[in-house]
Design a protein around this ligand. Structure first.
Ligand SMILES: NC(=O)c1ccc[n+]([C@@H]2O[C@H](COP(=O)([O-])OP(=O)(O)OC[C@H]3O[C@@H](n4cnc5c(N)ncnc54)[C@H](OP(=O)(O)O)[C@@H]3O)[C@@H](O)[C@H]2O)c1
Length: 258
């Protein structure tokens, strides 16, 4: 019998924030299928996170744990990385995927954006990404295979009305990650943003009417919404050694929508 090809992420540890639902869930499942052990982070709903972990633990050689942590809180982000280390025999974390994020489903104009909503969006999307990137930059394994991947949005290139705070928060992340990639010179750690267009998740559907959804589908050159797996496959490539030469980039994945 021919030797089986080793899985590209075997024995690597990946932390996926917001891994309990939507795009983060698909990324966690995909990285596990590539051999990674997973830390699945969530903020409020343990049941969803437990489902993802049990799917991984029952169907693959990879192992998964769940960790509740609000990514906008520095102590909780630190303990998220601590949990990874203690769960997987003191292995360092190799891969951070920051998928946790929030969007105001009212899609308000800037003039109608409440300060609390602005603060909440920037707290989770910008401050949260900063805290996760900072922890990752200090703690991810040096010498090859280290990966930092932040989910942003193709809207940063599209600038549609109704998304000022959300897009502002993601634009901040895109700038920080490009600088971080340069600052990580010599570590072998790459840092990139993956910027999806509309993807069929709770976040996308919240506040959308049938008519609004149809309009988005009609605008898409491929005539459909993105699926979470469309994003997960790209993240999987970036996470493997084959993705090493992609560094300091914003990669838009939107079926030609933007
Ligand atoms: N869907 C799209 O069309 C789209 C397009 C472009 C970019 N994106 C970006 O892609 C990422 C994933 O979006 P999605 O559509 O998968 O969202 P989603 O379905 O709403 O899932 C959000 C995830 O983030 C977690 N989360 C929220 N706030 C958190 C916090 N403070 N700390 C830790 N976890 C937190 C949630 O956990 P709980 O359930 O436990 O709260 C959940 O797992 C986001 O960064 C989003 O901005 C999405």
């Amino acid at each position: 019998m021919a030797d089986s090809i080793p899985l590209p992420l075997k024995d690597r540890v990946a932390v996926v924030t917001g891994g309990s639902r939507g795009i983060g869930r698909a990324i966690a499942l995909h990285l596990a299928s590539l051999g990674a052990n997973l830390v699945i982070n969530y903020s409020s709903n343990p049941a969803q996170a437990d489902l993802v972990a049990s799917q991984i633990n029952s169907a693959s050689a990879s192992r998964a744990i769940t960790v509740r942590a609000d990514i906008s809180d520095p102590a909780q982000v630190r303990s998220l990385f601590d949990s990874a280390k203690s769960a997987f025999n003191s292995s360092p974390v190799h891969i951070l995927v920051n998928s946790a994020g929030v969007l105001d489903s009212k899609h308000p104009t800037l003039a109608n954006t409440a300060l609390e909503d602005f603060d909440n969006i920037f707290n989770v999307n910008a401050r949260g990404a900063f805290l996760c990137c900072r922890e990752a930059a200090n703690r991810i394994k040096r010498g090859g295979g280290g990966r930092i991947i932040c989910l942003t949005t193709s809207l940063v290139a599209d600038l549609r009305p109704g998304f000022a705070a959300y897009v502002g928060s993601k634009a901040a992340v895109e700038s920080m990650v490009k600088i971080l990639a340069k600052e990580l010179k010599g570590t072998g750690i790459t840092a990139n943003c993956v910027a999806p267009g509309p993807i069929a998740t709770d976040m996308f559907f919240a506040g959308m009417t049938e008519e609004m959804i149809k309009r988005v589908v009609n605008e898409s050159p491929l005539g459909r919404l993105g699926e979470t797996e469309d994003v997960a496959r790209l993240v999987g490539f970036l996470a493997t050694d084959a993705g090493e030469w992609v560094n300091g980039q914003i990669i838009r994945v939107n079926g030609g929508y933007v």
